[in-house]
Design a protein around this ligand. Structure first.
Ligand code: CA
Ligand code: CA
Ligand code: CA
Ligand code: CA
Length: 342
């Protein structure tokens, strides 16, 4: 479990994966089309791409080293060509996936090269990735030069659906020049309709209504608690629809994942749960303490690891209280505060 806490690579935030950061020089909004109608158009585009492109499946299998995004070669098969040996048509290799977003049923496609051997991130976590993004005309619009940290809570809908299906690296090592080697990471290619990408909003190098293709390596992840209220953001999706902006228990202007008093009863969320601190001078020692408590009850979880300036490691064991037993934990129940003892 150590790997998800490594924060040693320079953090650079790319504009490309985010819906919220609009730069007036680069972002333009086209008239909004009907999402269902656009999805039919995009499915045609994606099917055409998958039926006319192949990838180097044999070469990837025969590599003596673990494959990376630069080893994945996708090529177009022209009308007068036959499929080269040791390659596979994308349409014969991808998995068809389904999801709902903005009340529309979406289909997208995944090419899974490696699942990864670490852990699955949650759809609101920060992930460390390498990626290469391109359009269905194979023109690249963005690629990571070094590993980037992406907050899936603010990424395009395709990303926060795809990345949790892969696992992070199982371990890493730091080279003498400070670069990091990741081992057994998730590796794949996603083929997204515009409705799970930027839809009608154009970006630099991305016209509006573009289907997007990303090769990616999933290296690490960090559980995010955006409002620091002890409830990790993925648990603030109360209605479970892979969308955290629409959960607002007290109907104020803040969604739960950005609201420190989710039920609006005047008592901060962190006070309406039971929090017990565990600390140790070594990570191994802390993990040993945590293992004694496993398996946790269904209403318990650990907060993400914190490292103090003196090198002390700590986590909190959170227990969600439901004092009146009505099935709604105190922090979401305006009529129930519990002991408020922290
Ligand atoms: Ca939270
Ligand atoms: Ca939700
Ligand atoms: Ca709220
Ligand atoms: Ca409260």
């Amino acid at each position: 479990m150590k790997i998800k806490y490594c924060i040693s690579v320079v953090l650079i935030v790319s504009f490309v994966l985010f819906n919220c950061e609009e730069d007036e020089n680069q972002v333009q909004t086209a008239p909004a089309r009907d999402r269902s109608e656009q999805q039919l158009i995009d499915l045609d585009t994606l099917h055409n791409y998958l039926n006319t492109h192949y990838y180097n499946s044999g070469q990837l299998n025969d590599l003596s080293v673990y494959p990376s995004i630069s080893d994945i070669e996708i090529s177009k098969l022209n009308d007068d060509e036959i499929l080269p040996d040791n390659t596979t048509f994308l349409i014969d290799a991808v998995e068809e996936m389904h999801t709902t977003y903005e009340d529309v049923d979406y289909t997208y496609y995944l090419l899974k090269i490696r699942n990864g051997e670490g852990e699955h991130p949650n759809f609101t976590d920060q992930v460390r990735v390498n990626y290469d993004g391109f359009l269905t005309n194979n023109v690249s619009f963005d690629e990571s030069v070094t590993s980037l940290d992406i907050d899936l809570a603010f990424s395009i809908a395709g990303w926060n659906r795809v990345l949790p299906q892969f696992k992070t690296a199982s371990q890493y090592s730091i080279n003498s020049d400070g670069t990091v080697n990741f081992e057994n990471y998730g590796l794949g290619v996603m083929f997204l309709p515009s409705g799970l990408s930027y839809f009608n909003v154009s970006q630099s190098g991305i016209p509006s209504y573009s289907c997007l293709i990303f090769k990616f390596e999933l290296q690490q992840y960090k559980v995010m608690d955006h409002d620091n209220d002890y409830i990790p953001s993925y648990l603030e999706d109360v209605n479970g629809d892979i969308e955290i902006l629409d959960d607002n228990t007290d109907n104020d202007q803040f969604s739960n994942f950005l609201d420190t008093d989710d039920d609006g009863d005047g008592f901060s969320t962190y006070r309406e749960v039971i929090a017990v601190d565990f600390t140790d001078t070594s990570l191994e020692g802390l993990e040993a303490q945590m293992q004694v408590l496993e398996p946790l009850d269904s209403d318990q979880f650990f907060t993400p690891l914190a490292v103090a300036e003196d090198g002390t490691f700590s986590v909190k064991l959170i227990t969600l209280e439901d004092t009146n037993g009505n099935g709604i934990p105190n922090y979401l129940d305006v009529n129930d505060t519990g002991t408020l003892d922290n």
